[in-house]
Design a protein around this ligand. Structure first.
Ligand code: SF4
Ligand code: SF4
Length: 433
């Protein structure tokens, strides 16, 4: 067990709404709307037609060349349409399936042997994407192409307020998570694996320690990080846990580290040991404007509305967030389907545009920035139209954690301005090419 020094900002956790609620299977939906692009990279190519019968687990979209991944039916039934719908990634092609109520399932062929090639190929076949938020196809990361990797870091910190998805997955699937970690260590001949958690997760820490001891897993450690925000960013976490720096533009594999979210590891268990593709995930549906918050195991493609209904519905005036309040995005359309990287739906009190005042030069935004850039100066550069300053101020290394905006007593939209400056700078570079 390892402990690390605090870093970042103290923010309220608000996890008590759902932290002690076991995962419940969501009601079987009448239909699902499955986006073909639930990941970074190219959307999958539809390989079904209207009126086709599918089972839960049937491939409905095949990965395109490059960064892409397979998409599977998440219920059994009939394809009733393939059309553009509004999703969390904008308007895009979706496969709509009407439930036949049979629950018939198509599993993957069992693996005869597991080596590096078959392991990453299975992740691709199963359509697994990173579950921590960005939706990066996991197989791409695990195709190490002979690069030497020595470590695995499993992110279980779940630092975003309200979300308890990973917390419940760690408590309820402890053995499964450890089995996958042991398999990855074996396949990639790793030296160490670290499960990174926050220091308030006492019961999770105890469970991992118990099973590590009982099963005599060697070189698997629980790495306890402080409950300061943010702890979940891959680069920061690898530095905290292993003391290895990742330079701008590098991936974790470039410095010899495999890194995955704990819920992604659980999806790997389903694919490797149970031969099941990625068709469902745990989503925390929570917040003060919801009658009965829950941790639900949900088929991908169900509407947000159906999940809210299963949690007693909304009360009063609300703002809905896809994710948590720090990094999530507000949305209004309740028909939007949940997808592979939906971790949390948070119903907050209605948010009003905060009244902004002048900067009082308190330097809180600078002191709290986990990547040590200067949010106020970057924000000023945007507002003054000095877009070329993006380079000298290193605005591209911002990890969008939102700590600066959260810390600012003057209510200056620092993160918004930083993102807009980065967009402007990119547009200027694209125009030159
Ligand atoms: S500048 Fe970026 S990384 Fe730094 S605190 Fe603000 S959002 Fe976080
Ligand atoms: S936190 Fe806000 S008020 Fe303080 S220096 Fe930064 S921008 Fe100015």
């Amino acid at each position: 067990m390892w402990k690390f020094k605090p870093k970042g900002a103290e923010i309220p956790k608000y996890k008590d709404h759902t932290k002690n609620l076991p995962i419940e299977r969501a009601d079987s939906p009448a239909q699902v709307v499955i986006p073909l692009g639930m990941h970074i990279g190219k959307p999958a190519k539809a390989v079904v037609d209207e009126k086709d019968k599918v089972k839960k687990g049937s491939v409905i979209g095949e990965a395109e060349d490059g960064v892409s991944t397979n998409v599977h039916a998440t219920i059994s039934g009939t394809v009733i349409a393939i059309e553009e719908r509004n999703t969390f990634r904008g308007e895009q092609l979706c496969v709509i399936i009407e439930n036949d109520g049979t629950g018939e399932e198509k599993t993957l062929d069992p693996l005869e042997s597991i080596d590096e090639e078959t392991f990453s190929a299975r992740l691709e076949e199963a359509g697994i994407t990173g579950k921590g938020g960005a939706g990066f196809p996991t197989a791409v990361k695990y195709k190490t192409e002979a690069k030497k990797v020595g470590y695995l870091v499993v992110n279980g910190t779940e630092c975003e307020p309200y979300s308890t998805t990973d917390y419940r997955v760690m408590l309820e699937y402890t053995e499964e998570i450890l089995a996958v970690i042991a398999k990855i260590m074996d396949v990639y001949t790793l030296e160490e694996a670290h499960i990174a958690v926050e220091d308030h997760m006492d019961d999770v820490i105890a469970r991992f320690e118990q099973f590590i001891q009982e099963k005599e897993y060697a070189s698997i450690y629980v790495s306890i990080l402080p409950s300061t925000y943010p702890q979940g960013h891959a680069g920061l976490q690898i530095r905290q846990v292993l003391g290895i720096e990742i330079e701008t533009g590098q991936r974790s594999g470039d410095v010899g580290v495999l890194q995955s979210n704990v819920s992604t590891i659980k999806a790997m268990y389903d694919a490797i040991f149970s031969n099941r593709p990625f068709t469902e995930r745990v989503i925390t549906v929570t917040g003060p404007r919801l009658s009965s918050p829950k941790n639900l195991l949900v088929p991908l493609g169900v509407s947000v509305q159906s999940l809210l209904d299963q949690c007693g519905g909304l009360t009063g005036e609300y703002t809905l967030i896809n994710g948590g309040p720090m990094m999530g995005k507000a949305f209004e359309n309740l028909d939007i389907p949940v997808d592979k990287d939906t971790t949390t739906i948070t119903a907050l009190d209605k948010m009003e545009e905060p009244a902004r005042s002048a900067c009082i030069r308190c330097a809180k935004c600078i002191e709290n920035c986990p990547v040590r850039i200067q949010p106020i100066h970057i924000s000023n550069a945007y507002e003054n139209g000095e877009y070329e300053k993006a380079v000298s101020l290193k605005s591209d290394i911002c990890i969008s954690c939102g700590v600066c905006t959260f810390s600012c007593p003057a209510r200056i939209p620092l993160l918004d301005n930083i993102q807009k400056l980065n967009e402007k700078w990119k547009e200027m570079q694209d125009a030159k090419e």
